[in-house]
Design a protein around this ligand. Sequence first.
Ligand code: UFG
Length: 329
Amino acid sequence: MTIAVLGGAGYIGSHTVKYLRAAGIPLAVYDNFSTGFRESLPDSPELPVVSGDIGDAERLAHFLRQHQITAVLHLAALSVVAESFDNPRRYYHNNFVATQTLLDTLLTCDIRQLVFSSTCAIYGKPRQLPLTEEHPCQPDSPYGCSKLAVEHLLADYARAYGLRYVSLRYFNASGADPDGELGERHQPETHLIPLLLERVRQQQNGLNPPPFTIFGDDYPTPDGTCIRDYVHVWDLAQAHQLALDYVHAGGASNIFNLGQGQGYSVREVIQMAEAVTGEPIPVAIAPRRSGDTPVLYGSGAKAAELLGWRPAYTDLHSILTSAWRWHRQ
Ligand code: UFG
């Protein structure tokens, strides 16, 4: 009973691998290393790591059969909202077209259990907050559309072919693993928290980085900056284990928000980064970034009720403290 982690070398994938291994679950990782890092995974004879693309049906089928995979965590995707506007072709191809190939390959290999990484970006502009799973989905970025298209695919494949899946709609993944071994790293980095902490580190190393750029301070929010729901990556990893348990136990296909129900503005995150690092962070205001929704936060009540999800990092201070611990190293 081995679980495949597709995209296991990425930020959320590598934390999930570490979490599930600690729980004693046999895993095999498949990743094309386009955005993930081999060094985010341990070198261990008990953890096969295969380089491959989910759109490569033959290679994927070989991997699934060779490791006798019974269920799949699908975290292999591109996930930068702004980038998806510049390159929608790449986003639809990677996130949607390749995922259909993956689903067809799973059916060929007689694997019918899947946990899918979805996103709060599929909701679009919130009509009510916190967002619940029943909120209409009208994504306003190619990234969000590519993920919503997969949710439709999953629902149709479940009805027609007996696939059983859980779709996890992540809010903003953040923080680092409790041992400080893994953290948030993208190439290039576009995310708020790692950019802030990297800037502080440069400052502490005697460099003179430019002021931190806030993308827009004229949003309809109390301080004019965007509000997001930051969820610790270790809590997301926990949700993957619970989702696997749910699917194994025969649970019906379902969709869950992984949000804390509370949002923080960009300025609040900056203030917390200053408090945690003890460094002042000078800022400059730039125009709004394409695709940024003013306010996003979502209720995790359904995941709490049906999966038993209990986030351990419930405040911004603990999230930034864990992220800072990793960045400082
Ligand atoms: N921000 C800045 N300056 C920066 C970087 C970010 O002001 O240098 C702001 C952004 O404009 C945004 C907020 O910080 O308002 C958070 O931005 P991130 O890039 O950290 O995260 P996003 O909310 O854009 O994206 C994340 C995930 C996506 C997911 C999305 C849903 O990366 O995959 O959350 O909100 F779709």
